[in-house]
Design a protein around this ligand. Sequence first.
Ligand code: PMT
Length: 399
Amino acid sequence: MLNGKRILIGVSGGIAAYKVAWLVRLLVKAGAQVRVVMTHAAHEFVTPLTLATLSKNPVVTDFQAGKQGTWNNHVELGLWADLLVLAPATANTLAKLAHGHCDNLLMAVVLSARCPVCVAPAMDVDMYHHASTQDNLRILDQRGVKIIPPGEGELASGLSGEGRLAEPEHILAFIEATLAGKQRLSGKRILVTAGPTFEAIDPVRFIGNHSSGKMGVAIAEKLASEGAEVCFIAGPIAIPTNHPNIKRFDVVSAQDMFDCATQEFLTCDAAILAAAVADYRPKNVAAEKIKKQAHDVPQIELEQTPDILATLGQTKKQTQVLVGFALETTNEIEHAKRKLEKKNLDFIVLNSLRDSGAGFKGDTNKITILHRAGKTINFELKSKNEVAADIVEQLCTYL
Ligand code: PMT
């Protein structure tokens, strides 16, 4: 796959630059032609001599080289590449790229490139989660730049969290998939539910809840951007979805959502049920508006709605992956574990209304993922887009 491919590596100044030596080695071993552009700051972390030796090509940093002032032609470099990979991409380099700054050779090369561009962010956890870095990544993502997700774990600062440069082997796999025109989830069909359900009392009134659909929409969009065909079943929500990979079904009640989900799941590889489905509905729906009585208060008899997640859990094939949500207010872990087992899920995403910034309506959420095999991962408060990326990351380990 990589034999003869021209891979241009852009290295910016972060401690993770030391890992690029191994990436270059892996690429050359796989038959790729590799050239490297470094920023001055990157020289502090890995020497040009190391990368020139491993890539078997001179490494460039400045517009002019040598005393004679030979010109390093950024346009020629940009046009030479089949793929440009910025690794590590520091917060500074991402910001420059998002806003078109062109104050060094690397940025001039990136702006001149006509090939696909991948960025592998690497920085400390708080820098990575800073709103400005996340905004810059979103801008780049929307422009079609491919983001190689950073790893999670111990960082050079001693802190722990997201922000580690993806491992060279992962970057290599990402490069191969990109050159093959494949995205991680291409060929996968994934069902997502979102929003509330409305259970009619009469033609005017209903039983509902506070779900806005934001969490489910973020998941559907993330899956679509990774190449999945998304079957998106939305309760009554006001958020539009525009991605061409999203096939949307708008429903109102738990029964509508059940009918749609059980049918569509038959041809899906996975399902993530983020909807806040009503557990109860009026047993009898009044045909006309219930009139206000002077003294009587109407009694509404309730019955259970079908449990969509439990039904999918009963019918799922071994190859299908099923993910549920648990929205709790007390004994969170215990309740989530019970749902994980009872509904036959592969993993469950717990969010608690006791965590400020988590749950309904807002743009943030705080989750814990409990895997069936026993592993539990706690995440900090993040934007719902980042939470969606975390959930999709976990799903990918099953697919
Ligand atoms: O939409 P937002 O405003 O962004 O808010 C997001 C959210 C809080 C709604 C979301 O993060 C969330 O927690 N969704 C699940 C809410 C819920 O109904 O949780 P639960 O613990 O009651 O249900 C457990 C699971 O069973 C859920 O996956 C639910 O979709 C599913 N379920 C429940 C009842 C039912 N009849 N059928 C179901 O499929």
